[in-house]
Design a protein around this ligand. Structure first.
Ligand SMILES: [Zn+2]
Length: 105
C-alpha cells in the first residue's frame, strides 16, 4: 500500500542534506523506496561519452530522488511548512493541511 503522504504536484521544502532549504515541486513519487523526485533538487550532471560516428558527448542533467522523510510540505493556502493530515467525508479520504485545514489536492 502507498503510505507516502506526499503526492505529485506538492510543493515541498528539503529539511536535511546538501539540498537543505531548497524548495520545489514533486514531479514523481517512489512509494516503494520512500523517495520523491523534486524539480530542481538533487540535480546531477551526467556526461555521456562520445560515440563513434561523429556524435558528440553530451551533458545531461539527471534529477535524483531524495528521502521523503527529509522533506516537508509547503501549504499553498497558508504558505507555511506543514504536515499532511487526513479528513474523511462520506468515506472519501482527503489530504488536508494540519495548520490551516485547507485541502491539499
Ligand atoms: Zn495551510
Amino acid at each position: 500500500m502507498n503510505t507516502l503522504k506526499l503526492k505529485k504536484g506538492d510543493t515541498v521544502i528539503v529539511m536535511k542534506g546538501k539540498d537543505h532549504g531548497k524548495k520545489g515541486k514533486i514531479i514523481r513519487t517512489l512509494p516503494v523506496l520512500n523517495k520523491v523526485v523534486i524539480e530542481g533538487v538533487n540535480e546531477k550532471m551526467r556526461h555521456t561519452k562520445a560515440r563513434r560516428g561523429g556524435e558528440k558527448g553530451q551533458r545531461v542533467t539527471v534529477i535524483h530522488p531524495v528521502w521523503a522523510a527529509n522533506v516537508q510540505v509547503l501549504c499553498p493556502a497558508c504558505d507555511k511548512i506543514t504536515r499532511v493530515g487526513y479528513e474523511s467525508h462520506d468515506g472519501v479520504k482527503s489530504r488536508i493541511c494540519k495548520k490551516c485545514k485547507a485541502s491539499l489536492t
